[in-house]
Each structure stands twice: as C-alpha cells, then as structure tokens.
Design a binder for this molecule. Structure first.
Ligand code: PMP
Length: 405
C-alpha cells in the first residue's frame, strides 16, 4: 500500500510550497459527490459553459492533420503568436510584435515563468492581497520572497500606493497587478493602475500584469491595461493572459506572455527545457478563439452578471456576512468575520477561522467555497458564481439555513 512518506527526503524547495487550496477544496467536494452526496460547488473558477463550437471545430480539423503531430516551435505556432499580437492591439490598444509573445500551457505556466525569469534568490515581490493563491508559491519556487500588501472589503479591495511604497525595500524586484481580480472580483481604478506604473518606473521595479479576466467586467466598468495607461512601463512589463476564462477553455491549457523581446526569448529558452511547444491541437483551437469574435464572452458576461447580482444579494442577506459588489471576474468575496466566534450550524459549533468555517460548511451544509486563508485573507471566503443559476439559489439557501441554524 503506498503511503505519504518517502524513504528519502524531498527537496527543501518543494517542502516550502503549499498545495493549491482552491484545487484541494474542489477535490474534496468532488470526492464527496462521488460518494453520492449532493454538493453545490462554488470552489473552482471555471465557466460552466461549453467552449464555442467554431473553436471546437478548429481543433477537430487540426486533429486529422498530420502536420500537427510533430513538434512545433517552442514559443508557439507563428499564426497564434501573430493572432495574439493582433488581439493585444484590439483589446489593450497598443502594438506588440509577434516575437514578444510566448505561448504557454495555460496562463499558469506564464505566471510561473515570469518569476523564474526575473527573480534572484532573496529578491522580494510585492503581492497585493487578497491574491491569487499560486503567486506566493511561485515566487518561493523562484527563490524569492513574497511581500503581501493587504486591502480589505472596507476599501473595495483596491490597493493603496502608500501601503505599496511602505513595503518597498532595496530588494523589491517586482509587483504583481491583477485586475479584474481573483479572488475579490475588484477592478482597480485607472488612477491606481497609473500610480503603480509610475511608482514602478521611478524605482526600477518590474510589473507583472495578470490580465486573464480582462473581458469580464460589469456595470460599464472597463479594465485598465497598464501598458496602455502608461506606455513607458512596457519596457519592464510582463503581461499574462490566456483563453481559459474568455472563451470557456480552462481544460485546453493555452495561455501566453507578452513581454519585452529579451524576456520573451528568455521564456522560450526556459520552456525549451521544460515543456517544449504547447499541444498543437489546442494551439489551433486558440488561433480560432483569439482571432474570432467576442460574442461568446459577451453572452457569458450577461449570464454571469445575473448570477453576480443574485449571489451578492443572497450573501448580504445572511446575518454576519458582508459582501462588496464585485465589478469583474466571476467571484464574490464576502467578509465572514461576523460568523466567527459564535455558535454556528446545526451542531452549534464555534469556529475561530474562516478555514474551519469553510470546512464545516462543506461537511454539514454541503456547500463548497474556498476559505480566505488560501488568498492571504483570513476572515473571508470566495464563492465562484460561474455556476448554474439554480445552484446559486440552492447553494445560498443552504448557506443561510446552515449559518442561521
Ligand atoms: N491567473 C489568475 C488570476 C487566475 O485566476 C487563473 C486561473 N484560475 C490563472 C491565472 C491561470 O489560468 P489558466 O492556467 O487556466 O490559463
């Protein structure tokens, strides 16, 4: 019988890394479902829509073309790099060369590589928190030190330049910008984005801008692309993006980086020893996705908007829960401190952390959500509302009943 122990130790590097908490919640919820328990899952951030047909057809055509059975260029198919350069002009409003684009296995690999390319041992990376759960672990894997700068629900999760400046030291190498944001759903103002760019220019700090939710904004709010707002920053800017959220393609695993030419070349060198080219079939599908229309994302955005309004209203209707209205992505991120330190749930248990609360909500209430601890924000919980409308109604009914029992 295999065990969790190895006979010989693993590396210090891997021992320092925490497992992905969002994937862990999803795994636990799926395991409970497999036992026949009816779970409503708000855990994982993936659209509940099928990939649009034209994209699937492009992949189907690619799979019977033997040209796609060979290795292809490590930084991506030339047509895809060109299509991403054109898409950058269309969506972000500035020109880049196809040579500045590197296609990766999901946006996740692009984020991972960005830190590998610029971080030396002991370098600090400022991570505005609440943050996407993988950033600090990726910084550690690159030998760096994550430095968190927190902004809570009281300020709509918008980081403040004074706090960022207070966290700066002579080891600060980079800052990460995520807007629209996972987990908070916040869309940072143009003022904040400009401030960060100008501050980074003044202090020679790299900016890593994760723009994977760029098309998911509501109430007429628009994503500010930092490279368009402050053009000079492009010399020290690495933009990360992918098809997962915009085209309902999380499982296809295509993302990319847009960076200064020397950075893109370095990324390609790294990838040459790590993964080589991304699956050609998925790249052919991605060409269709990024060069096609944005109709599918408009349809999804409308559907998400209805759910956003429903889930935020339902969360705020639970005694002890406070949820600001998110303007982007597909996450609601309520403060749940009002549920802590008092008897809760059918068994009258008292919870002191949001992690305990989330675990009990899953086990007793059969609702899966990710505790704020996974995002550097204890006292909060993340609910992905990229799920069916009925699941929002039923999941929120269960949460309220459980919380107010
Ligand atoms: N960045 C952020 C902020 C994300 O939320 C995600 C997906 N959860 C990614 C990057 C990575 O996306 P993928 O690897 O699926 O393209």
């Amino acid at each position: 019988m295999p065990t969790d122990q190895t006979r010989l130790p693993l590396s210090n590097r891997i021992d320092k890394v925490a497992p992905s908490a969002t994937l862990a919640v999803d795994m636990k919820a799926k395991a409970m479902k497999a036992q026949g328990i009816d779970i409503i899952g708000f855990g994982v951030g993936e659209p509940n829509f099928a990939t649009p047909e034209a994209i699937v057809e492009a992949a189907a055509a690619a799979v019977v073309n033997p040209a796609n059975y060979k290795y292809s260029p490590t930084p991506g198919l030339p047509e895809l790099r060109q299509a991403i350069a054109s898409k950058t002009l269309r969506d972000s409003g500035y020109e880049v060369e196809p040579e500045q684009v590197v296609v990766t296995n999901g946006g996740k690999q692009a984020v991972y590589e960005a830190f590998q390319l610029i971080v030396n041992d002991g370098d600090e990376v400022i991570i505005p928190s609440p943050y996407w759960t993988s950033y600090p672990e990726m910084v550690k894997l690159a030998g760096g030190k994550p430095v968190e700068v927190f902004a809570g629900a009281d300020v709509n999760y918008e980081p403040n330049l004074d706090d960022i400046e207070a966290a700066r030291t002579d080891r600060t190498k980079a800052i990460i910008v995520t807007s629209p944001n996972n987990p908070t759903g916040a869309v940072w103002s143009e003022r904040t984005i400009r401030d960060i760019a100008e501050w980074a220019l003044d202090h020679n700090i790299w900016v890593i801008s994760d723009e994977i939710y760029e098309h998911l904004t509501y109430d007429g709010v628009k994503t500010t692309h930092i490279g368009a707002a402050v053009p000079q920053i492009r010399e020290q800017l690495i933009v990360l993006d992918g098809v997962a959220k915009t085209y309902a393609m999380p499982g296809w695993r295509v993302g990319w980086m847009v960076a200064p030419l020397a950075v893109a070349k370095a990324a390609s060198k790294l990838q040459g020893h790590m993964t080589s080219n991304v699956n050609n079939i998925a790249q052919r599908a991605a060409i269709e996705a990024v060069s096609g229309p944005l109709d599918a994302v408009a349809m999804m955005r409308d559907a998400f908007n209805v759910r956003r309004l429903a889930i935020v209203a339902a969360l705020n209707d639970i005694n002890g829960v406070h949820c600001p209205m998110p303007e982007g992505a597909f996450y609601a991120f309520p403060n749940v401190e009002g549920l802590l330190n008092r008897p809760m749930g059918p068994n009258g248990t008292t919870f002191t952390t949001s992690a305990e609360l989330a675990e009990a909500l899953l086990e007793e209430g059969h609702v899966a959500a990710v505790p704020g601890e996974a995002f550097g924000a204890p006292g909060y919980m993340r609910f992905s509302y990229a799920v069916a409308d009925e699941e929002i109604t039923e999941g929120m009914r269960r949460f309220k009943e459980w919380a107010e029992a």
